[in-house]
Design a protein around this ligand. Structure first.
Ligand SMILES: [Zn+2]
Ligand SMILES: [Zn+2]
Length: 219
């Protein structure tokens, strides 16, 4: 089983300051085999992570977190930008046209643009959903996602959604595959993937948000 964190933000996202180097160091320390920088509406971090993992044991998969009209969608495997503010199904079609997988992050988290708060799973061609997104308060949204995945047999992923490099790997997937993109995709499609991790501690998260606000004032 390989360990994967498919949803990490870097300084290429407007709401993160994490350097790719720091993200990589944390991933190595936490024995992550497969990594994806899924920045908000840009694939700009993809080239950097690809270049920097070239001589390491880590496989980097291109990715993007797109803001559709009704919520966030990961274009996992997409190397090109997909415009924001398209309808969910148009966004998903674009992802599939680029050979990517449409993964729904934090699907029921209404204050973080969870797509399934406003749209029906059955009307969309979704490939997988996150059932363990590390950024939660009480875990209600994750357990709702887990329930849906179980009844509808949807492949489930875990991911840190880290906006700060220290939180990389706080949730993750264990995936039964080889360390190459085709094999990862096949395993996800077949559901040979499990979500794991305890999540980012709310104390650590609020410390980080507090520091970020203080620092902002002195910028
Ligand atoms: Zn999101
Ligand atoms: Zn995110």
């Amino acid at each position: 089983m390989l360990k994967m964190d498919s949803h990490i933000h870097s300084e290429y996202s407007p709401d993160s300051h994490s350097k790719i180097d720091d993200i990589l160091k944390t991933a190595q320390r936490k024995n992550i085999d497969i990594i994806a920088i899924s920045d908000h509406n840009t694939v700009d971090g993809t080239a950097e992570i690809k270049a920097k993992t070239k001589n390491t044991d880590i496989l980097a998969i291109p990715s993007i977190e797109i803001s559709s009209t009704l919520g966030h969608i990961l274009g996992f495997g997409c190397e090109e930008n997909i415009p924001r503010d398209l309808t969910p199904q148009d966004t998903i079609d674009r992802i599939h046209d680029l050979g990517g997988l449409a993964i729904i992050p934090h699907p029921f988290c209404f204050y973080r643009h969870g797509l399934l708060c406003k749209s029906d799973y059955k009307e969309l061609k979704i490939d997988a959903i996150e059932t363990k997104n590390a950024r939660f308060i009480i875990g209600y949204c994750n357990s709702k996602a887990k329930k849906l995945a179980k009844t509808e047999h949807i492949p489930t992923l875990g991911a840190s959604d880290a906006h700060y490099w220290k939180f990389v790997g706080d949730c993750f997937s264990l995936i039964e595959c080889e360390k190459d993109i085709d094999s990862v995709f096949k395993a996800i499609r077949k559901g040979k993937v499990e979500s794991h991790g305890k999540g980012t501690s709310n104390i650590q998260l609020s410390n980080y948000l507090f520091k970020k606000n203080i620092l902002k004032k002195f910028d």
